[in-house]
Design a protein around this ligand. Structure first.
Ligand SMILES: CC(C)(COP(=O)(O)OP(=O)(O)OC[C@H]1O[C@@H](n2cnc3c(N)ncnc32)[C@H](O)[C@@H]1OP(=O)(O)O)[C@@H](O)C(=O)NCCC(=O)NCCS
Length: 124
């Protein structure tokens, strides 16, 4: 489902596409600046969608930054529709670690308070 587009033995563009078995996901598509606006992006995107269709998948998603107006115009030209009914949620390892450390610290403090006094201190 992922392809490269070669011109004269060099890679002019590439698409990274995959699936979770239910939907297709176009993770990345990029065309070298000197090969842009020659149909390379369209060819790669169409080929990836063709591979998804061959696998029985008729729907695909991708993410694009709001500021990337060129890409947004490109995808719209290929028939993709922008959605406002889904929310993208992300989480980094650092956030997860900080959250975990915060929770375990809170548990430690709560235990030390309850062991020492036997009652919870008044809410400050
Ligand atoms: C977006 C990108 C992949 C397009 O690849 P491309 O090979 O230049 O696109 P194509 O030549 O196949 O263009 C197909 C159509 O999309 C539209 N399009 C493409 N680039 C466009 C641009 N910069 N501005 C407006 N419309 C554009 C046009 O309608 C075009 O048809 P036309 O050339 O006949 O007018 C390429 O610009 C790129 O690699 N950008 C940087 C990486 C990136 O942003 N990737 C997408 C992340 S979601």
């Amino acid at each position: 489902m992922s392809f490269v587009y070669e011109v004269g033995g060099t890679i002019a563009g590439a698409v990274l596409c995959g699936t979770d078995g239910r939907r297709g996901f176009l993770h990345h598509l990029a065309v070298q600046p000197e090969h842009q606006r020659r149909g390379v992006g369209r060819t790669l995107a169409t080929r990836a969608l063709g591979a998804l269709a061959e696998a029985g998948l008729d729907k695909a998603h991708l993410m694009v930054l709001p500021s990337n107006t060129a890409a947004r115009q490109f995808w719209k030209a290929l028939g993709w529709v922008e959605r406002t009914d889904v929310v993208l949620m992300s989480r980094t390892k650092r956030t997860a670690v900080a959250l975990f450390q915060g929770i375990t610290r809170g548990i430690r403090l709560a235990r030390s308070v309850s062991v020492r006094s036997g009652t919870l201190p008044p809410w400050p």
